[in-house]
Design a protein. Structure first.
Length: 201
C-alpha cells in the first residue's frame, strides 16, 4: 500500500467493524481542519460489509480489510501499518481483541471507546446493543461512555475519559444507543486529540 504524506503529520488508523459513525466524526474533526497536523490516514476493518468502508470511500481514504489468520497468528498487520505511516490507532466499534504484538508496536498509542461506564458492563461479549440490553436489564438509572488506553485485556486499559447520560424507564437498547452515540460523537475526537498530543509531546 503506497503512501505519500507530509512528514510532520501525525497519522491515525481508525479500526472499525460496523457502521462507522464514530469514524465519520473523527474524519470530520481532523481531516476537515486545515490547522490540525493530526489526520485520519487509514480505515481498518475486519468486515467486508462494514458501513465504515463507504465512509472511507466517501472521504477518499484507503481501507485495509484484515483477516483473522494474519491478525492473530501473523504480524498483526504491523508491517502494513508502518508502511502506511501510521503513528496512532483509534478503535471505534472494532470487535476483535487487539493482539499483544500490535499493542507492543504502538505502546500507549491505541485508544478505545466503550459504550458504558467501565469497569461495569465490559469484557468479552460486551459490545453494541449487548451492553445496552444488560444496562437496561439491570435497571441502571444512568449509563455513559468510557474512553481508555488499550491493553491486552478487553476494556481493562487506563481510563482517559467518562461521560454520563440517564437511562429512562421506557428506554430500549436502541433508544439508549442513540443517547450513547451522541455522547461518543461529542467527545471522542477531542479526547483522541488530547491523547495523541500527550503521546507525542
Ligand atoms: N486488546 C484489546 N482489544 C480490544 C479492546 C481492548 O480493550 N483491548 N477493546 C475492544 C472493543 N470492545 C469494547 O470496547 C469489545 C469488542 C468486542 C468484544 C467481543 O466480545 N468480541 C467478540 C467477537 C465479536 C465478533 O467477532 O463479531 C469475542 O471476542 O468473542 C468485547 C469488547 C476492541 N479490541
Ligand atoms: N465494546 C465495543 C463497542 O461496543 N463499541 C461500540 O460500537 C459502536 C460503534 O458504532 P459506530 O460503528 O457507529 O462508530 C459504538 O457505540 C462503540 O462505543
Amino acid at each position: 500500500m503506497g503512501s505519500t504524506y507530509l512528514e510532520n503529520e501525525i497519522r491515525l488508523a481508525v479500526f472499525a467493524s460496523g457502521a462507522g459513525s464514530n469514524a465519520k466524526k473523527l474524519i470530520e474533526y481532523f481531516n476537515n481542519n486545515d490547522t490540525s497536523i493530526i489526520k485520519v490516514a487509514l480505515i481498518v476493518t475486519n468486515k467486508e460489509t462494514a458501513g465504515v468502508i463507504k465512509i472511507a470511500d466517501e472521504n477518499h481514504l484507503p481501507t485495509l480489510i484484515i483477516d483473522k489468520e494474519q491478525f492473530f497468528r501473523g504480524d498483526a498487520y504491523v508491517g502494513a501499518l508502518r508502511q502506511a505511516g501510521v503513528h496512532f490507532i483509534v478503535l471505534a466499534g472494532f470487535l476483535w481483541k487487539v493482539p499483544a504484538q500490535l499493542i507492543a508496536a504502538f505502546p500507549g498509542k491505541i485508544v478505545n471507546i466503550h459504550p458504558a461506564l467501565l469497569p461495569k458492563y465490559g469484557g468479552k461479549g460486551m459490545y453494541g446493543n449487548f451492553v445496552h440490553e444488560a444496562v437496561i436489564s439491570n435497571k441502571e438509572t444512568e449509563s455513559g461512555i468510557t474512553i481508555h488506553l488499550v491493553d491486552e485485556q478487553y476494556d481493562h486499559g487506563a481510563p482517559l475519559f467518562q461521560a454520563v447520560c440517564p437511562v429512562l424507564p421506557d428506554d430500549t437498547a436502541e433508544s439508549l444507543a442513540q443517547r450513547i452515540h451522541a455522547l461518543e460523537h461529542a467527545h471522542y475526537p477531542e479526547v483522541v486529540e488530547k491523547a495523541v498530543k500527550a503521546a507525542f509531546s
